[in-house]
Design a protein around this ligand. Sequence first.
Ligand SMILES: [Zn+2]
Ligand SMILES: [Zn+2]
Length: 168
Amino acid sequence: MSKNIGTICHCGMMASRRYMPYCSEYCGAYKEGNYSKTPAGHFPAIPISCDLCEKVTDWRKHDEKARRFCCHGCKKKVLSSSIRRPLMNYYLLSNLKRNGGWISAQGMISLMEANGMTGTSARWSNLMARWVRLGVVEKWQERSETPTYRFRSNIKKPVGKIIIDKGA
Ligand SMILES: [Zn+2]
Ligand SMILES: [Zn+2]
């Protein structure tokens, strides 16, 4: 943790451990999406598709540091899903979807930590089980002395919708 102290985001604010090397997800999306400032020198509104209802809204720099939904209503719906630990499952699938290709359970540790969720590879592997069963996630076992499991997302729908539909 100490090695990151003092990292400054491109916007000039102190980077946050959670969004390293940025201060927020907005600043990461701005940089990675090759956006540029408005003629007046302000950070632009970035269009973001709601991770539940897919409505596109403007994401502004002063909004929540990590915005995934169009409104609090959509966020609340996802967080009150009847599955156990909806937020943890949301981050798990969301990270997997963003990652794209195969990732080991070990590799999930740092991604989940970036969302403030700590756990071992066994924990993330266990949490994957339901989604593998439902066909939302593919699992592949590497042939080696110590079995390594890798996972890949099959997710096309918004992740929030999957959490609510329990993968149906
Ligand atoms: Zn920033
Ligand atoms: Zn929405």
